[in-house]
Ligand binder design. Structure first.
Ligand SMILES: [Zn+2]
Ligand SMILES: [Zn+2]
Ligand SMILES: [Zn+2]
Length: 342
């Protein structure tokens, strides 16, 4: 039986879907490990705030709601709900004071958003109230960073587990503001522009309508839908996307923030439960500026890290996915249906 070869919705990227030697979730399940709520050597745990640079944003509990503050050099706020700090090993740094922006320098920002004071409160197991703070924290930093004259794009992403590149196990995401639009969002955006010019519509709005009734559908609530993409390059890859057209996280409303928190918890909780807390990466793809908001539909891409790309992938840019997205979606649907409700 021949395998399928499929092209991505947007990118000129091909994947071979190994339909006849498709693997099952149990082939990827990891052994049980336990993580603790607190770790005295962890720089992100409460009490160790001095092990990081001063926070650019902390959420504190106030009587009338959340109070937003920043640390100064000498002080570190305690009792925080989330905390966003510059990365100690920053890939991109702001220009020096008074220095004009020169092309060819990695100017930008590289921050770590500590998602909870509880060491192991990862999104798949987190309280919804805490995930709401995390999403609001992303939006707050996005709003500030997009205003910098040298910033062209802001990438918000998460590495979970050592094999997915997380050197610290305390629950956190990263935010990198770059002086260029990186190739993947750039190429996606170009494909969206082309489609919009030809049809007057958003291509991802159309993809949502198709995938909602396809065997790749995973889960939905009022505002979000999750599905395994047609040309998934990773086993158990899935996307979360707002049903209404939105260019960036800045268009979220109070109610949709909560719906996104539920979507994160349900889908990442499903992945956790299906494969016993596998390593994964996720990244938001968003419109880089006001002009592209109508054309580009933001989405979150989640890539479980279960296989290693080797010679063929690296030398050709064609991927081989040993789990058809139709199978991974079916497994995710069943697992999510059996998740404990809280
Ligand atoms: Zn910690
Ligand atoms: Zn759209
Ligand atoms: Zn994308």
């Amino acid at each position: 039986m021949l395998n399928d070869i499929r092209k991505d919705y947007l990118l000129d990227r091909w994947v071979v879907i190994a339909t006849h030697r498709g693997r099952r979730p149990t082939d990827f399940t990891r052994k049980k490990t336990t993580t603790s709520r607190r770790d005295s050597s962890c720089p992100f745990c409460p009490g160790n705030e001095r092990k990081t640079p001063p926070a650019v944003l902390v959420y504190l509990k106030g009587d009338g709601g959340i109070i937003k503050k920043a640390d100064t050099n000498g002080t570190r706020h305690q009792g925080w709900l989330i905390r966003c700090v510059p990365n100690l090993y920053s890939a991109f740094s702001p220009p020096e004071r008074g220095e004009s922006f020169k092309a060819g320098k990695a100017v930008g920002h590289h921050e770590v958003l500590v998602e909870s004071p509880i060491h192991n409160e990862h999104p798949g197991v987190a309280r919804i109230s805490q995930l709401i703070h995390v999403i609001n924290g992303y939006s707050d930093r996005l709003r500030v960073l997009l205003k910098k004259p040298y910033v062209k794009y802001v990438s918000i992403f998460r590495n979970h587990g050592l094999d997915a590149g997380a050197s610290l196990s305390h629950t956190h995401s990263q935010i990198i503001a770059t002086p260029i639009i990186p190739p993947t969002p750039h190429n996606e955006l170009e494909a969206c522009k082309k489609f919009h010019k030809e049809s007057g519509n958003c291509i991802l709005c159309e993809v949502i309508q198709k995938e909602r009734n396809s065997p790749r559908f995973i889960w939905e609530n009022e505002s979000f839908i999750a599905f395994a993409p047609w040309a998934a390059v990773h086993p158990f890859e899935f996307w979360i996307i707002p049903k209404e057209h939105q260019g960036t996280l800045l268009e979220l409303q109070h109610k949709t923030v909560e719906d996104l928190a539920n979507a994160l918890k349900t889908c990442l909780g499903g992945l956790n439960s299906l494969l016993n807390d596998p390593p994964y990466n996720f990244g938001f793809h968003m419109a880089p500026n006001k002009e592209t908001k109508k054309l580009y539909h933001w989405h979150l891409e989640v890539y479980p890290k279960l296989t290693i790309w080797a010679g063929f992938e690296k030398s050709t840019g064609i991927y081989i996915n040993v789990v058809p997205p139709e199978d991974s979606a079916q497994n995710m649907r069943q697992t999510i249906a059996n998740l404990p409700q809280d």
